[in-house]
Structures are given as structure tokens and as C-alpha cells.
Design a protein around this ligand. Structure first.
Ligand code: ACM
Length: 669
């Protein structure tokens, strides 16, 4: 890994010699570089000054352990020398992170030592992560560059939603993702715990929730407490979401009386928006929810409790005579009013248990108090209206990781951008931040890391760093360095992908498949959902499931082609393009395809992929040697480019765009 790290730095130095910023994500609010480097050697030691709570002590141990593993240097203490890093913190310390926590810190590094100062242990935890990211191998060993950093977040709410309901994600996977979240200073784990397809927490008062609604895949309360403890040590709040009154089929398997239409109900196995909805007109519904929320409020210490509230299709409500009568009796003309009534009742229950309500856009209603927080999946216009109306909100629209969009796409979206840019400063302050969302229709415990990381780091930077930090190529430069390093933190992207590819090939040599896969990407947005062929039983063991959402190789190839076509192409850029095209045109996956049923579907993909690479090579040669493109050649190129315009086996061949540009340039010459 050190070698890869080093190579990334070398590539970066060649590509952008003028860039001075450190490879840290998120970019700190204020950095002054100094001369010199602090060496990390076997005398590495950290000491804590001031009042030190448990969180800080374990964070220091964690950092020391990680640096030791990553560098391969056994540490044996600083002896008579001063410690490498002094952490000074005056926190008397709560044990659970809370919304207004001070996360600021300053870090001063010189050749003689480093000093990290923070008013809270959470700020110190943030600073320790910065210190780790700054650590780089150099010509004279591993070191941290001399500098001064004064850092604090732009937004207080920087979250990651993990949907553990549609596919089960067990505790160890959650924990390693908490470690990665801490690395990029995300501070809220939004746990999407119930859905039509599963109810994932042990409930002692109403045990049929998890017993009948989970296929046996649920967190025990001890496991939840352990996750909360683990998160708290990393300065991460855990907010439970129990989505209601819709998205509740799994609840009704054990408790059909909660629904607006008679059962029986079974756990939903397909994806979409479904009819089963709680009955908001029965007092028994609220008695149940009071008991349920009371128990969950004790389990989850965060002051916020997410009630979902999204995508109520109203079909069960519309077809019930008693619900129609209730609406009439209460002067409600719409289902939106009925849902607001339900939410008001929920809000009163939550208040009684000391909780503040958070929910999706659909809970926004003037009947609800402005103490609620609204999470916008609908977008900037909705969020701006929320803030103008006196409510606080967070943004998730544009941060859906399941859409398989590139990091640059998420990075460009600012919670205070779009319509929110017109808000006055008081209104703008009501936008508390945002959350990346890992919805799990097409995600399993085995590939979830590869869907979250590294792209969530781009969202983390958007939410932490000053708004002026917007250069997406610099973000990619730093992301390419951080991404392999996340494996040291615990993310299992590369090892799991390798295992998945080995399974696909029947444990044969996966390298041809890897060479093709490096420029493939899964289809975007809801293309897979819209096929209608998936259920929660469908194995997610295909090439598409083992392929990263964003191809780094294709991005770099595209940049090289653009630079060539803009006449900036150096000899090495030309050579790189040619080498890549030769490499891809020579890939032969057919022997693997012939031997594995799981790979049969990529037969045509491989043919088009090879043809595309050959087209690129011919176009490059025609450009360089200024040869005439024959009509037959042209027709062949157009045929293959046309064929490459669509997905195969739900995979996109991402070099199609750059190869098209090369071909067009060769034809226009
Ligand atoms: C959502 O995407 N329905 C929150």
C-alpha cells in the first residue's frame, strides 16, 4: 500500500506541480504550510495533556495502532525524547456526541514535534484524523509536513444514511464504516432500520416486529448499544429511523392491526412504493407507537428520532370507509392533512420521551412545530422553502450513493446552493448540513463498502470544508490518495471485490476480467430497479455488483484524451492513451465467459469493449500518422460506437465517450 501511496504522489507531482494543498479530505478551513517534516519512526509516541476523557484516550490508541500497521514500523516509545505528538484538550467530557458539539481544533507541526489543541475531545478526534491523513511516505521515510491548521466544520450535521432494511448489513460492517466515517469527519450515522422488506431491531415490548419481520436478520439491543458506543468513541451520533406510516409492511406481519386494511401481510420482497400504511385514525395505533417509541427512545440516546414519513401513496387510506369518515369528521380534505395529524400525534409522543422529530420532506406541514428537522430528498427548492418557513433542514437530494454517480456529481451539490442561495443569512443558518444516502436495494454486506467509499468522502468534504473549496480535480487528486488508505481503516472494498471476481470466474485468473472491469461502471439512477426483475432474494453476485460506481481509470483516460484533443497532449499523454487502448483491445475474457454461467451475460459486452478499444487505437493512429480514414473503416467505427452507447449486463463501457471524441477528431481532420 505504501508503494501505491507513493505512486499516487508521484503521478500527482508530475500532473500538477504547482499544487501545494495537502492530501487531506475534507480540506481544513485554514492551512499555512511551513518548512520541514516531522519524521514518524520507531520512537513515535503521543501524549495527552489536560483533562482527558475516555474518547480521547481510545482515539489516540486507535491512531497509534493504525500508523503502526500502515507504516510497518513497530513503535517502542519516545524514551527521553519528547513525544512526537502532544494532544491538549480541556474537555471534561460527555460520553455521547450531541448536535452542538464543538469539533474545532488547531494542529501545529514542525520538524521537532506536533501539537494538537482542541476545546473538546471530539475536536481532538477530528484533529487526529487530519494528522493521520497528512502522514506521507517520502524520500527520507514517513513524515508529516510542517504546517499550521485551524479547522472547524462549515455544517454541524454531516451524515451517512445506511439502509440496513432492504438488505441486511451486520454489525461488523457497520463498525468498519463508522471507522471510515470518522476518517472524513462525518458525524451522524443515520440508521434506516425498518422498511417494507425488513424490521431490523429487537423490540422487547412488541417482539413480533423483529421475530416475524426480519427473516432473523436484526440487531439485538446489545448490538445496537455496542454500535452506539463504538460510534460515540469516534464522535458520531447514531440516529434511528423507523419509517412510518408508509414503508411499514414488515411491521404488519406481526401486527396487522396497525395497518389501514386487513391482513394478512408478508414481508415485501420486491422494490418500490407499496400500499400498506399505518392506520392514523385508531387510538390503538398511538398506544402501540407510544410503547414502541418509549422503548427505542431509551435504546438510542441521540435527541433526534427519525420517523421517515416519505412516499405514503394513500391507497389504503382512500379505500377505507372509516378513514374517509375520520377525515370528514376532522375537516381534513387531503391525505397530506391526515399524515400531518399522524405526525403531530407522533411528535407529541416523541416530545414526551425527550426526542425531537426528524423526517423526510413529506412531514413538512404548518401544523408541525418548528422544532422538527426536515431531511430533503426532493431537492433544493423544497429545502429552501423549509428554511424560509422557519424550519431547519438537511439535504440528501443529490447525495444518493445508490445512484452510482461520480464523486464530482455529489461534490458539486451544496446544501446552501440552488434555490437556497437566495435565502437570507438567518434562513440559510437553518440548513444544518446534509447526509449521503446508501439505499440498499442493490447492496449487500459484501459490496456496500465499495458503494459508500470513496464517494462519501466527497460529500463529507462538501459538508465540512469552506464553500469556496470546489475544485473537483483537486478533490479527485486527494480522493485517489485517500481511497486505498481507507483499507487500513477497515474498509473492505478491494479484498471483497477480488473475492467476488474470483467467485465469478470459478477461481481462475481474474486479471483479464479486471482489465476490462477497470473501465466499466454500473448503470445509473433507477435503471436496475426499473427492470422489475429484482427481488430481495435475487443474488447480487454478478459483474455489475462487483464493479465500482466510478471508474478512476476511465476518468484519467478521458482527461488524457481531452488534453490530447486540446493540443496539450505531451508525448507521455499520447503514450498513455496508446498503451491503455492496446491493453484493452488485447483483453480476452472469452475463456472465462465460456466456463462460468455467471459470466455468460457479458459475452456481447466483451466483444463491444474490444471493438471500442480497437476503434480508439485506429483513430489515434489515423490522427498521428495523418492517414485517410476509409469509408469501410468509418462505417466500422460508427457501428461499434453505436453499439457501445447502451449498457450490457447493466454495465456501461465508460471509455465510449473518449473513444468517440478520438474518432470524431480523426474523421474531422
Ligand atoms: C426517499 O428517497 N424516499 C427518502
Amino acid at each position: 500500500m505504501i508503494r501505491e501511496f507513493h505512486l499516487a504522489c508521484v503521478v500527482l507531482l508530475v500532473a500538477c506541480p504547482a499544487i501545494a494543498s495537502q492530501p487531506v479530505i475534507p480540506v481544513p478551513a485554514h492551512v499555512e504550510t511551513r518548512d520541514g517534516v516531522l519524521s514518524i519512526d520507531s520512537s513515535f509516541a503521543v501524549s495527552i495533556k489536560g483533562t482527558c476523557d475516555h474518547r480521547l484516550r481510545v482515539a489516540v490508541d486507535r491512531l497509534t495502532d493504525r500508523i503502526q500497521r500502515e507504516t510497518g514500523i513497530p513503535f517502542h516509545g519516545s524514551g527521553d525524547r519528547p513525544p512526537t505528538l502532544v494532544v491538549s484538550c480541556t474537555d471534561t467530557g460527555g460520553t455521547i456526541p450531541t448536535p452542538g458539539d464543538d469539533e474545532s481544533y488547531t494542529l501545529d507541526v514542525s520538524a521537532g514535534g506536533a501539537l494538537l489543541q482542541a476545546p473538546s475531545s471530539i475536536g481532538a478526534v477530528r484533529g487526529l484524523e487530519t494528522f493521520w491523513q497528512l502522514m506521507q511516505p517520502g524520500t527520507s521515510g514517513v513524515g508529516v509536513p510542517a504546517l499550521h491548521i485551524a479547522d472547524s466544520p462549515r455544517f454541524p450535521w454531516r451524515g451517512l444514511l445506511i439502509d440496513v432494511a432492504r438488505h441486511w448489513i451486520p454489525p461488523d460492517v457497520i463498525k468498519r464504516n463508522l471507522d471510515a466515517m470518522s476518517t472524513v469527519k462525518l458525524n451522524v450515522l443515520h440508521f434506516h432500520l425498518s422498511e417494507d422488506q425488513g424490521f431490523r431491531v429487537e423490540c422487547k415490548r412488541f417482539p413480533k416486529l423483529h421475530q416475524l419481520g426480519s427473516d432473523g436478520h436484526y440487531f439485538t439491543q446489545d448490538e445496537i448499544r455496542e454500535i452506539i458506543r463504538y460510534a460515540a468513541e469516534r464522535g458520531i451520533r447514531v440516529i434511528p429511523e423507523f419509517d412510518m406510516p408508509g414503508h411499514t409492511t414488515s411491521w404488519f406481519v406481526g401486527y396487522p392491526e396497525l395497518a389501514s386494511a386487513p391482513g394478512p401481510y408478508a414481508i415485501e420482497r420486491t422494490w418500490g412504493v407499496f400500499d400498506p400504511t399505518m392506520d392514523p385514525t385508531r387510538e390503538e395505533t398511538y398506544e402501540f407507537l407510544d410503547g414502541f417509541i418509549g422503548e427505542m427512545a431509551r435504546l438510542f440516546p441521540d435527541p433526534y428520532f427519525h420517523i421517515g414519513g416519505d412516499e405514503v401513496n394513500g391507497k389504503q387510506w382512500d379505500s377505507s370507509a372509516t378513514i374517509a369518515a375520520f377525515k370528514k369528521q376532522h375537516g381534513m380534505s387531503t391525505n397530506r392533512d391526515l399524515q400531518a395529524y399522524f405526525n403531530k400525534r407522533l411528535e407529541m409522543i416523541l416530545s414526551r420521551y425527550g426526542k425531537r422529530m426528524i423526517g423526510w420532506d413529506e412531514i413538512f406541514h404548518p401544523d408541525l412545530p418548528t422544532t422538527i428537522v426536515i431531511q430533503s430528498w426532493r431537492g433544493p427548492a423544497s429545502l429552501a422553502e423549509i428554511a424560509r418557513s422557519g424550519y431547519r433542514g438537511i439535504l440528501s437530494n443529490g447525495y444518493y450513493l445508490d445512484h452510482m454517480m461520480p464523486a464530482s456529481y455529489h461534490y458539486a451539490i451544496d446544501p446552501r446552493g440552488g434555490e437556497a442561495a437566495a435565502l437570507d443569512s438567518i434562513q440559510a443558518q437553518r440548513i444544518l448540513g446534509g447526509e449521503a444516502c446508501m439505499w440498499a436495494e442493490f447492496v449487500t454486506a459484501e459490496n456496500v463498502d465499495s458503494r459508500i467509499w470513496p464517494r462519501a468522502a466527497a460529500v463529507a468534504e462538501r459538508l465540512w470544508s469552506p464553500a469556496s473549496v470546489r475544485d473537483s480535480s483537486d478533490m479527485y487528486r486527494r480522493l485517489d490518495i485517500l481511497s486505498p488508505r481507507l483499507e487500513w481503516v477497515g474498509v473492505r472494498e478491494r479484498p471483497n471485490r477480488t473475492l467476488m471476481l474470483e467467485r465469478l470466474t470459478g477461481y481462475r485468473d481474474i486479471s483479464p476480467l479486471q482489465r476490462m472491469q477497470e473501465v466499466l461502471e454500473p448503470v445509473k439512477f433507477y435503471v436496475r430497479s426499473h427492470t422489475g426483475k429484482y427481488t430481495s432474494w435475487t443474488p447480487l453476485n454478478r459483474l455489475v455488483d462487483a464493479t465500482l460506481p466510478e471508474s478512476r481509470e476511465a476518468r484519467r483516460f478521458g482527461e488524457a484524451v481531452d488534453s490530447l484533443l486540446a493540443d496539450r497532449g505531451t508525448v507521455s499523454v499520447r503514450r498513455r492513451i496508446r498503451e491503455r487502448l492496446i491493453r484493452w483491445s488485447a483483453v480476452d475474457v472469452q475463456p472465462l465467459v465460456a466456463q462460468s454461467a455467471l459470466l455468460h451475460e457479458i459475452d456481447s459486452l466483451a466483444v463491444v469493449f474490444n471493438g471500442l478499444a480497437k476503434t480508439g487505437l485506429e483513430a489515434l493512429t489515423a490522427m498521428e500518422q495523418k492517414t485517410v480514414v476509409t469509408p469501410e473503416q468509418r462505417a466500422g467505427w460508427l457501428r461499434i460506437l453505436g453499439a457501445a452507447d447502451r449498457p450490457y449486463a447493466e454495465l456501461l463501457i465508460t471509455i465510449a465517450g473518449p473513444v468517440r471524441r478520438l474518432a470524431e477528431a480523426a474523421l474531422l481532420r
